[in-house]
Write a protein that binds this ligand. Structure first.
Ligand code: F0G
Length: 470
């Protein structure tokens, strides 16, 4: 078999390669479909990759959320889960682990990240208050808006430029934030909503210098600083790699230091924490925590299970411990970077630098002949699936939704198709296949015509919207 991929070994390049710090104990067969089958499946799904059946997908890069492979320790942990309704031992183990690894005082389990986003938005936002953040995330902003908050993007401009090589594209532009505080008054700012890494910008990290500056600013104005810690372990890897003074610190030390500058965090454990379901909200402020702990029983379940089975909490506690191991995170980001570098070497336009959890194809440069009104990133996700059965997702104008005040489409500068890589699931050979599939779609890019939206749901439309070919 011939391949156009580089065959240079790490040794020839004068470096030692990383490899996955695990071996495979159980396998799940994959199904390869025909072009005719994919054509039908895609039309049935309204050209939205969220509406495909997974059995029609070959390599599934829709999301890194809840798609991780658990370790043998985690599977063993499921058997040890304590299924008591109240006071489960598994809850106390989870609480202890979050305290140790992330450093917050009070912990509430939730069924997943958006359960925690719902609670924190309700208890920390007064209707009409502003919520500045380092770029929006879909569910985060939806809950902030449902609670009456007004989201304002204060990320640095580089984050909106897919070609900018800034090492910390997730950083907040402190002067943008100061202008907002001066304009609206500190009392009209609910909290600063900081995410590490920034999903919508391409999995881009926030620097330690930035969170330190934010802490100082928030202290001056008595504003809370709350963290979306969903991919904060991946963020810690980039700080270790790129920020002066951190090369000799462990991932665990960096993570804990970063969190120490914030007042609390919400978490989708379906990402960093290597489980298939789960989340948490953790806070240092007792009063705010009391309010959230009271609400959790209304929406999630008792405060010692928050919508999860005991076994889920047990697996999460073990997953958190595994997530901060150096060899794990190096291989995890190494694999994402491997795919990104293959595509960049083939001149496929991708967001630079390659981020933590996914490679983002830049659909504007991929399809320069398509206007944003015909959904280039949605089109690209559909074309990629059709070519090879590889599933990615749209992260552009469809995901951005509409302004709740004016009803107009948001027009994000980033129009991206995301290839998110589940943790510990696929091999390097799968990444080679994906790179070849993207290259094939790139080779026939001139024939793409775009899509029209035929059905638009009210909330988080990207999940359920339907399209047709133009
Ligand atoms: N915050 C970030 C940064 C996320 O990426 C997600 C989910 C959430 C919060 C919400 O967590 O899904 O557990 O309710 N992101 C998934 C994704 C859906 O594909 O990026 P959840």
């Amino acid at each position: 078999m011939t391949t156009n991929l580089p065959v240079t070994t790490g040794h020839q390049l004068g470096r030692r390669s990383w490899a996955e710090p695990w071996k495979i104990k159980m396998v799940e067969p994959l199904r390869i479909t025909t072009t005719a089958e994919r054509e039908r499946a895609l039309a049935d799904a309204g050209y939205n990759t969220f509406l495909l059946r997974s059995e029609d997908v070959y390599i599934d890069l829709l999301t890194d959320s809840g798609t991780n492979a658990m370790s043998d320790r985690q599977w063993a942990g499921l058997m040890l889960g304590d299924e008591a309704y109240a006071g489960s031992r598994s809850f106390y183990e989870l609480e202890q682990t979050v305290r140790e690894v992330y450093g917050y005082r009070y912990v509430l389990p939730t069924h997943q990240g958006r359960g925690a986003e719902h609670l924190i938005s309700r208890v920390a936002i007064r209707p009409g208050q502003f919520v500045p953040g380092n770029m929006y995330f879909t569910t985060t902003r939806a809950h902030q808006e449902l609670a009456g908050g007004i989201f304002e993007d204060v990320v640095i401009d580089a984050a909106h430029d897919p070609e900018d090589e800034h090492p910390f594209k997730g950083d907040v532009d402190i002067s943008k934030l100061e202008r907002l505080i001066t304009r609206e008054g500190a009392d009209n700012v609910a909290y600063v909503s900081l995410a590490g890494t920034v999903n919508m910008a391409g999995g881009q990290p926030v620097s330690m210098a930035c969170v330190r500056d934010l802490r100082a600013l928030c202290n001056r104005h008595r504003i809370r600083l709350l963290l979306d810690a969903t991919r904060m372990v991946e963020n810690a890897f980039f700080i270790q790699e790129r920020e002066p003074g951190y090369a000799d610190k462990t991932i665990a030390e960096i993570l804990k230091e970063f969190c120490s500058y914030t007042d609390g965090a919400w978490m989708s454990a379906k990402k960093d924490a290597l489980v298939n379901i789960g989340g948490w909200l953790a806070l240092n402020d007792e009063e705010l925590f009391e309010a959230a702990r009271n609400l959790v029983v209304v929406f999630e379940g008792l405060h010692t299970y928050g919508g999860l089975a005991g076994r889920d909490m047990q697996a999460m506690a073990i997953g958190i411990t595994e997530s901060v191991q150096e060899d794990h995170i190096r291989a995890r980001i190494g694999q994402v970077r491997y795919l990104g570098d293959l595509l960049a070497a083939a001149d496929v336009p991708v967001v630079r630098p390659i981020g933590g959890h996914a490679v983002f194809l830049d659909a504007r440069r991929f399809y320069p002949h398509l206007s944003q009104e015909v959904f280039p990133a949605q089109t690209l996700a559909a074309e990629l699936y059709l070519d090879s059965g590889v599933r990615g997702m749209e992260r552009g104008i469809v995901s951005a939704g509409r302004d709740p005040a004016t009803g107009e489409h948001h027009h994000p500068s980033l129009e991206l198709t995301r290839l998110a890589i589940p943790r510990r699931v696929y091999t390097q050979a799968h990444m080679d296949i994906v790179a070849e599939a993207v290259q094939a779609v790139y080779d026939k890019r001139h024939s793409a015509k775009g899509l029209i939206m035929t059905y638009e749901p009210r909330y988080l439309r990207f999940f359920q919207a339907r399209f047709d070919r133009l």
